[in-house]
Design a protein around this ligand. Sequence first.
Ligand code: ZN
Length: 509
Amino acid sequence: MILAGGRIRTLGRTGLNPHSHLAIAGGKVFACGGPEVMKLRGPRTKVVELKGSAVLPGFNDAHAHVVYYGLTRFAADLGGARGVDDILDRLRDHGRSLKPGEWQQGMGYRTDELTERRQPHRTELDRVTGDRPAFIDERGGHSRIANSAALAAAGITPETPNPPGGRIGRDLNRIPNGLLLESAMRLVADVQPLPGFARRIEGVLKAQDLLVSRGITSVGAAVNRGFADDLRAYEQLARDGKLRIRVNEFLSWELLEATSQLGVQSGFGGSLVRAGPIKVFVDGGAERVAMRSGGGVWRTTPGELRDIVARATAVGLQVAAHAIGDAAIEAMCDAVEGAHGQHMRHRVEHCTICPPDLQARLGQLGMVAIMQPMAARFGRVASTIFFPVRDRSHLAPHRGLLRAKVPVAFSSDLPVSPDPNPWPGIRVAVDDQVNGISLLAALRAYISGGAYATFEENVKGTLEPGMLADLQVYSGDPLDEAAEVKWDELRPRAVVLGGEVVSGSLMSR
Ligand SMILES: [Zn+2]
């Protein structure tokens, strides 16, 4: 196939300079250049006239909760709820679709968007759920509310102690109020019936539709719980020809022992489905991030982290450490240094509050920062509540990290960002007054950054000859008409994976 007469940006050596023609053969880029590429045309070559349309490599969303997002599609949608009554109304409606005794889930509200500015109480949930166990998630994934039936199912009583790295919310009389923070969420999650395999397959398909529609051709599938067999879901979809996105599946830290015994190393698999890093949570979210100035929650202590990173490094496994606060990031640097893990591209997921000394250490230790560019906007607003003033300039320090030679990969953290469209984040990273970066650097962070993080920078991430033909085609050229583009609404007209159209159409309308 030859794409002809477009504005094709490889993001390789030629950066943002457009080429007009691109030839694809065997699922890979065969040539990229000017009209001379047409000389490669054979009798069976399909020629697509782009008429000035822009082409970019497909996005790589390096950290998105694919299965979790998919499952949220079957839960009560609490996104944008304005108050506790709104949450209760939605739960009541959604509950009508459930079988008797079936657990109810709801997801997507945020306390700071509720008029009450507080979490709902379990007794409020009870009013609409009755005896049915119900468990609702705040967007962000670090706190949940269980109703009375769910607390009872988990055996949580006033005597239950807080687990390490978590907290059980309580009323003044010490009776649990339903709120479960960080690792305490597990107390209920572990007794909740697991969603069936078929349901998870359906969830992956829903998530895939959304991701591909946004031009994302590769995703780092982050895990919340130790669903060891999520990998099986991706494998089955790949076998059935239904997987339209390349998946790098994170493995929960509980699987470290089993994974190393199997001899699986990071990157095991093929270019479609790979076993990725061992995921571990160092600190919490929001106001529970671990700061050097004190406070926060350690879901994994620095000592445990050193042990995990050493064991993983010894068997060739990369670690992806959720670390938002500077103390958590520092603990991960210490762990990598202690394990002599410089060659493993160990990852800091979020890396949100990272002052210059830690930026330098990440660079020296060969580590990768997996960041959410929207944090530069929302984080600074939230930071006025959560972080001392002096930490705020080190928030989302994309520029400093790149200067310190730290590879940066961008991601949505879906469903924390409810829409994985990369463009608004790219704009935020470019327009950021404090730590802004160039458009080329931002695009690379959302495209080749993720490929580097999975040791695939020689396979994908640019449209240079020999690379996988994973690309997206736009109507017109959004980079040329930047002033008029509504970035939230920008969608590719067509998405191509390994030379095959997986979304939209290459024909211009
Ligand atoms: Zn996440």
